[in-house]
Design a binder for this molecule. Structure first.
Ligand SMILES: [Zn+2]
Length: 261
């Protein structure tokens, strides 16, 4: 057994770790007969799967617990985000260029950073074949890992208490897309891969995360909708058709054009 790559102290003893939080993948399996979900690999071959990808011995039990505390919090927040129309005190919709942006007034930006970095980090460190086209440069993977290791706690109380003590965090652009129609026919796809030299994507049933390595490669409008700075947490809202189009464009990109596959 290897050392846990997060705390680098305990053995990576946890079995069945989800790589992407369950609540961001499970809806893909809802209302569909078991055995009717297919995974498509890079050469276009399909294989039936029963559940979202998991891995044994990815991290240790203690670190799994620390991540679980954060995920439980965001699983609840997602319920609230999906109901933003009825919670006007917690969300504000603004326009930035052609984009409709959901500003989350009661989600702590640092907590959100911990959440999305925890997903990005796991997808990068896993050896699960579903995510083998998503590997961050080692320096960035360890920068994000240290940030998580320093600021994740085994209790909700300590996690929140620590937020005011965080002095710095890894500064990368992250743009999150969200389907504003929670009950659309097309749920999405579950995949993650490097889309170009500086650009990574993680696709789940409820959010699409785009992560950028290099500041210079992002245009001005994208900067305004990014979650790099310490401002309000922003989601770019799409309608069902746009959501489907982004997902389908990605499948096409992945199968046909992606030299990083
Ligand atoms: Zn650990």
């Amino acid at each position: 057994m290897n050392l846990c790559p997060l705390c680098q102290t305990n053995l990576a003893d946890k079995k069945n770790s989800h790589i992407i939080p369950k609540f961001l993948g499970k809806p893909l399996f809802k209302n569909i007969k078991p055995g009717n979900i297919f995974q498509v690999n890079k050469s276009g071959k399909t294989r039936k799967i029963q559940d979202i990808p998991k891995q044994d011995f990815l991290i240790c039990t203690v670190c799994e617990k620390r991540m679980e505390i954060l995920e439980t919090y965001f699983a609840k927040k997602l319920v609230s985000i999906n109901d933003y129309n009825n919670r006007k005190d917690k969300f504000k919709i603004i326009k930035i260029g052609p984009n409709e942006i959901l500003n989350c007034l009661d989600i702590d930006p640092l907590l959100f950073k911990l959440f999305y970095f925890s997903i990005i980090w796991r997808v990068s460190v896993t050896s699960n074949s579903s995510f083998k086209n998503f590997k961050l440069p080692i320096k960035i993977e360890s920068e994000i890992g240290s940030f998580l290791n320093d600021n994740l706690f085994s209790s909700h109380k300590n996690l929140l208490k620590n937020l005011s003590l965080i002095k710095s965090y890894p500064k990368y652009h992250l743009i999150v897309y969200k389907n504003k129609e929670a009950k659309s026919l097309f749920s999405g796809i579950l995949t993650a891969f490097r889309m170009s030299e500086d650009h990574f994507g993680i696709f789940t049933s409820d959010m699409i995360l785009f992560f950028y390595l290099n500041d210079n490669k992002i245009d001005y409008l994208s900067e305004l909708i990014s979650n790099k700075e310490d401002g309000k947490v922003k989601f770019v809202l799409t309608n069902s058709n746009q959501w489907k189009d982004i997902n389908l464009a990605v499948i096409e990109h992945r199968l046909l054009n992606n030299k990083y596959k």
